[in-house]
Design a protein around this ligand. Structure first.
Ligand code: 5AD
Ligand code: SF4
Length: 433
């Protein structure tokens, strides 16, 4: 979502005469978009700001140029004024729900006045109604935010506080944005939301729609090739969405559905409001309509009170489901969240051991999944040049990164490839048509 927000902030500065700078040293304004989800991500912001201070000072000394520095995103929201106290060279602090005001804030900055402008409101208006109509260039694949914020309040998570409460854009606004993206060359959309499957926006018929219905409507856009969505919550996986996986060809057979832990005791303490069995049942329902669906998830190890037995439950669950890929993290106590104050915090070295064991298992599952794809054929949308030589890069319908030889003129086109080599993190293939 930060990638999407960054693009929209960029779009919002275009009417002011700004354009994207290829080199940090040439920039007149630097916007750093930030993540508050874990301590590590949050702390990175301040080391990055230290680096930007030097860029700003050099421009002032050597070129008499006043570079403006903006901190946006969830760290901006959570820390507000703290940022300008710790890093007084920051000019603007803007939260994830007020970045449509960025052009006004930039215009208001007075180069001779050292005051900082801070806007971390949760405004009554939605930024989506105030962002410029015109969208800058996007690639063959693009993100589209359909839902934002979260009302679930998992006890470890800052999102409900930084992104605010749940909000669903209307189907009309989403479809209009999809059409704009498609006319700028996008062929594949990833629908985004912190709880994307909790989307319940106004439908085109005046009734409230769910995500499954929205996906069906988007799939009718003839030039759209493929649809993905992320990230989902188990409680919002309804039948309409599950059935869309069987009925909508353009929807990829892949689901990122975080569970966080396989222990019911920990799930309860996390305030997830579902059990491990509820989660397994959802995946069984999904696989009964779409057998080949590839699963992905998120896991947290070392949540307060997690015992060896609880951790073993997580390992058992992973063995039962079989993941094509997954993300895993050590629990990070976030200020202001209920879990941060719990007394039974798990020792750091125990968290590290558990993370290692969990990642070994997930890596082995991912490797087996990729290996199993050898000699399979996939239709893929060529996204970009590969890192080395003449290779191109795409994603399979199971979201694996796949590399193959081919001319750059194929970027944005659809080709059929046959997988020759399945490795840990990617596939290698040849174009067959
Ligand atoms: N500590 C560790 N991981 C976290 N996540 C969210 N909050 C925390 C935290 N405090 C993880 C969850 C979530 C993903 C986006 O980040 O797994 O699904
Ligand atoms: Fe955070 Fe996701 Fe839980 Fe919402 S559902 S509180 S975003 S982990």
């Amino acid at each position: 979502m930060n990638a999407y927000d960054s693009d929209r902030m960029k779009d919002s500065l275009l009417p002011l005469g700004y354009q994207e700078s290829k080199d940090l040293q040439d920039a007149d304004i630097i916007v750093i978009n930030t993540c508050h989800i874990r301590e590590k991500a949050s702390e990175k912001v301040f080391s990055e700001l230290g680096r930007l201070r030097k860029v700003k000072e050099r421009a002032a000394e050597q070129q008499n140029r006043q570079v403006k520095i903006v901190v946006a995103g969830c760290v901006a929201q959570a820390e507000g004024e703290e940022i300008t106290k710790r890093a007084p060279w920051v000019d603007i602090v803007v939260g994830p729900q007020t970045y449509h005001r960025l052009p006004d804030l930039v215009a208001k900055l007075d180069p001779l006045d050292r005051r900082h402008l801070i806007d971390t409101d949760f405004p009554p208006e939605t930024k989506f109604d105030f962002l410029p109509e015109k969208i800058g260039k996007r690639g063959p694949t693009a993100f589209l935010s359909v839902q934002e914020g979260c009302d679930k309040f998992c006890s470890f998570c800052v999102v409900p506080y930084t992104r605010g409460s749940e909000f669903s854009r209307s189907a009309k606004a989403i479809i209009n944005e999809a059409k704009k993206l498609i006319s700028s060359g996008t062929k594949e959309l990833t629908l985004l939301g912190q709880n994307v499957n909790a989307w319940h926006g106004d439908g085109l018929d005046g009734k409230e729609w769910g995500l499954g219905r929205l996906i069906r409507e988007l799939a009718d856009l003839p030039e759209l090739y493929r649809i993905r969505y992320t990230t989902s919550h188990p409680l919002d996986m309804d039948d309409e969405l599950i059935n869309a996986h069987a009925e909508v060809d353009k929807l990829i057979p892949y689901l990122h559905l975080p569970i966080q832990s396989g222990s019911d005791k920990i799930l309860h303490a996390m305030n997830r409001r579902h059990t491990a069995l509820d989660y397994i049942r959802i995946i069984e329902r999904l696989r009964s309509v779409r057998e080949d669906v590839a699963m992905s998830g998120d896991f947290i190890v070392g949540f307060p009170g997690e015992t060896d037995k609880d951790f073993a439950d997580t390992i058992n669950l992973i063995n039962k489901i079989g993941y094509a890929s997954a993300y895993s993290f050590k629990y990070s106590a976030r200020p202001g969240t209920p879990a941060a104050d719990k007394s039974e915090q798990v020792l750091e070295h125990v968290k590290s051991q558990r993370l290692l064991a969990l990642q070994q298992l997930l890596d082995a599952q991912q490797y087996a999944f990729n290996k199993n794809c050898e000699s399979m054929e996939f239709e893929v949308l060529v996204e970009r040049k590969g890192l080395k030589g003449s290779k191109l890069n795409a994603r399979t319908p199971y979201m694996q990164s796949v590399y193959f030889e081919g001319s750059e003129s194929l970027i944005g086109k659809i080709v059929r490839v046959k997988v020759s080599d399945g490795r840990q993190n990617s596939l290698f293939a040849e174009i067959i048509s």
